[in-house]
Design a protein around this ligand. Structure first.
Ligand SMILES: Nc1ncnc2c1ncn2[C@@H]1O[C@H](COP(=O)(O)OP(=O)(O)OP(=O)(O)O)[C@@H](O)[C@H]1O
Ligand SMILES: [Mg+2]
Length: 295
């Protein structure tokens, strides 16, 4: 005799159903990084979540950074690590390490994990299929001049043709490096890369996984989580210079994606196992949601 399923389990499945209907066939870009990439248990949970998204008919596209591991390898090589406004200062040696660690190691680790969990994945970086065209990023210093962060790139153009080909059968996994027209490689912030990919694909959502609860009004107080904000509010806070560190490129990326047609951008706590599924398929919603201005 088969066991009668427990009510809470059925309730959970039923709670997910309207979301599965809403997202079916839609593209969800996931920026993977921070804690969810650093801990073995969280890495497995993340892979399970992404594979599940593909199985229930969504089109997940992963874009990843790898800040912690790049820093670790730079330390091992005795290279200096420096961040300005949340961006890694990148000389020629730094870019070489970034490319090796992101493309050679982390990208393949993610691909392998997704494969093992039952959905084949294909890894690529901005160079593959000319996905990204990058130019040197000029960062304003606040006094009318530009700061030189070295080979830190901005994405000029995204050609999603290669992604669309891959996504028909596989989960694309994109490492956030790319080159300019002369062939010089650049380190690209993964939040910016995720926003560029999401807008170019016309994604429904972009989800940024990070190692805090979300956007905090006071970075030192997790009780000050901003659970929802429209893009105008985000732009105002950015212009007021109130956003610091790694949250700066992340919130900029949220604003850019939503301004360019992505319906919603989310920042979720990647330290919580299965935060991706919780955000997408439950009523609870966690983290910060950035919505268009006119809602
Ligand atoms: N207002 C704020 N709210 C939340 N976090 C903030 C805020 N201001 C600064 N931060 C910092 O931003 C960090 C998140 O960005 P960070 O670049 O370090 O991680 P990530 O982008 O998730 O990972 P990675 O860069 O490795 O891909 C937080 O750990 C926190 O220290
Ligand atoms: Mg970051």
């Amino acid at each position: 005799m088969s066991k009668t399923p427990k009510q809470p389990q059925i309730a959970t499945l039923l709670e997910g159903l309207p979301y599965i209907k809403e997202f079916f066939g839609k593209t969800i870009v996931i920026k993977y990084g921070g804690a969810a990439m650093a801990e073995a248990e969280l890495r497995e949970a993340f892979a399970t979540d992404v594979v599940l998204l593909k199985y229930v008919g969504l089109n997940p596209v992963v874009v990843h950074g790898g800040g912690a591991e790049i820093t670790d390898y730079m330390d091992r090589l005795g290279l200096e690590v420096e961040f300005v406004h949340g961006l890694r200062v990148s000389n020629a040696q730094t870019v070489e390490v970034v490319k090796m660690v992101l493309v050679g190691k982390l990208n393949k680790d993610i691909v392998l994990r997704l494969n093992r969990h039952g959905q084949p994945a294909v890894g690529l970086c901005g160079d593959d299929g000319s996905l990204f065209e990058v130019t040197k990023q000029l960062v304003p210093d606040g006094a009318g001049e530009s700061l030189d962060l070295g080979y830190v790139g901005s994405i000029e153009r995204v050609d999603v043709d290669v992604l669309n080909h891959i996504a028909a059968d596989y989960i694309p996994v994109v490492a956030s490096v790319g080159a300019d027209r002369e062939g010089q490689s650049y380190n690209v912030n993964a939040d910016e890369a995720a926003a560029a990919v999401a807008s170019a694909l016309g994604a429904y959502k972009v989800v940024f996984m990070t190692d805090v609860e979300g956007w905090l009004a006071d970075p030192d107080d997790s009780a000050t989580l901003i659970s929802e904000a429209d893009v105008g509010t985000v732009r105002r806070e950015l212009a007021d210079g109130k956003v610091m560190g790694g949250m700066l490129p992340k919130l900029k990326a949220c604003a850019e994606a939503v301004e360019r047609g992505v319906s919603y951008a989310h920042i979720v706590d990647g330290r919580k196992p299965h935060s991706l599924l919780l955000e997408l398929f439950t009523d609870a919603g966690i983290g910060t949601k950035v919505r268009p201005a006119d809602e």
